[in-house]
Write a protein that binds this ligand. Structure first.
Ligand SMILES: C[S@@+](CC[C@H](N)C(=O)[O-])C[C@H]1O[C@@H](n2cnc3c(N)ncnc32)[C@H](O)[C@@H]1O
Length: 319
């Protein structure tokens, strides 16, 4: 911070305050005090155009928050180790006030994914290839899903709640005696009918996830993937999921972790901006689920969406 300390103290203070008065710059500082990162990595973590990231980095550099070092062909940025007293005080206050901001939680997960990607790139550098990409190019992405579906007991009846266009139904129907898809949308069900054409073990039902058109205790396992955040009453949908499962039946639910990227809900039509793990756990317990595990994982590095929650649970024997 040698540069700013030469300016009058009031100007320095105003400069520091104004450089903090921007969400992107707060996100940058939170990330760059933990890791040295390049522009391309920051672009993927923040999900912002490179030009926007560069502009904010420049402002933070000019105000003395950041230092840059060269690493191979990339410039890596990090928060200066020795911030002066004013800057360190302002940032300490800001950091404390930002605790619990969902955007920072999402950034944190993307940072971890980005660091994994960096390590993987380093591992594969010698080979100049990435088995994941080669595998997808040669065989597509479905082989592992089939392998997992093959682990399900073939006699099970599995329901996909909010089945959408039915890709998963088509895949599961190759392994199971009976597969059911429920969705409220006629258009989605028409697409699912096409995807599962000729599969006689697939039943499609139109209905609301909060009032399922299925008998109680009639299925062995239920999936609800990226559907709960569209339902007006998610708690009711979880109760319904419990009702249709037989005692001991298994449920897997995937949905977005609570997030707040601007425009995302408008783009996807979601009713809820994802969920807090604790809220979901409470609803699942109230519905009589046991053996609940909730894991959080960042969206894949190239994907734009928020981090996901994956939940697995068993319906208790008695409700
Ligand atoms: C984002 S799509 C996900 C589809 C599929 N599960 C997937 O992973 O690709 C959400 C689906 O949930 C359905 N859906 C939303 N709210 C629903 C409700 N209240 N009852 C039944 N289906 C609903 C939508 O019609 C849509 O097909």
């Amino acid at each position: 911070m040698t540069r700013v300390s030469e300016t009058p103290p009031q100007d320095q203070l105003l400069g520091l305050i104004s450089s903090l008065s921007d969400e992107t710059r707060l996100r940058l500082l939170s990330l760059l005090e933990q890791e040295s990162l390049g522009v391309a990595e920051l672009r993927e973590i923040l999900q912002l155009p490179q030009s926007t990231v560069s502009r904010h980095l420049k402002i933070l550099m000019d105000q003395g928050w950041l230092l840059m070092r060269r690493h191979g062909t990339a410039n890596l940025y990090h928060v200066a180790e020795a911030l002066d007293e004013t800057a360190a005080g302002l940032w300490g206050l800001s950091r404390a006030r930002l605790r619990g901001w969902p955007t920072l939680g999402q950034d944190q997960l993307r940072l971890k994914a980005q660091l994994r990607k960096r390590r993987r790139r380093a591992l594969f550098e010698a080979k100049a290839t990435d088995w994941g990409d080669l595998r997808a190019a040669l065989y597509g992405v479905g082989a592992s899903l089939d392998a997992l579906a093959g682990l399900l007991p073939p006699a099970w009846t599995v329901v996909d709640l909010g089945c959408g266009a039915g890709e998963l139904l088509a895949r599961l129907s190759g392994h199971l005696t009976h597969v059911i898809g429920v969705d409220q949308s006629e258009a989605m069900l028409a697409a699912a009918a096409l995807a599962t054409e000729g599969r006689h073990n697939v039943t499609l039902r139109q209905g609301d996830l909060a009032a399922l058109p299925l008998d109680s205790a009639s299925v062995d396992a239920a999936l609800m993937i990226l559907a709960l955040s569209y339902v007006d009453e998610p708690e009711a949908a979880i109760l319904e999921m419990a009702r249709v499962l037989r005692p001991g039946g298994r449920a897997t639910l995937i949905d977005a972790l609570r997030h707040d990227p601007p425009g995302f809900m408008e783009e996807t039509g979601q009713t809820h901006p994802g969920f807090e793990p604790a809220a979901l756990r409470g609803w699942l317990e109230a519905a009589g689920f046991t053996h609940i595990t909730i894991t959080t994982r960042a969206a894949e590095p190239e994907a734009r969406g928020p981090a996901l929650l994956q939940i697995s649970a068993a319906r208790g024997e008695a409700r």
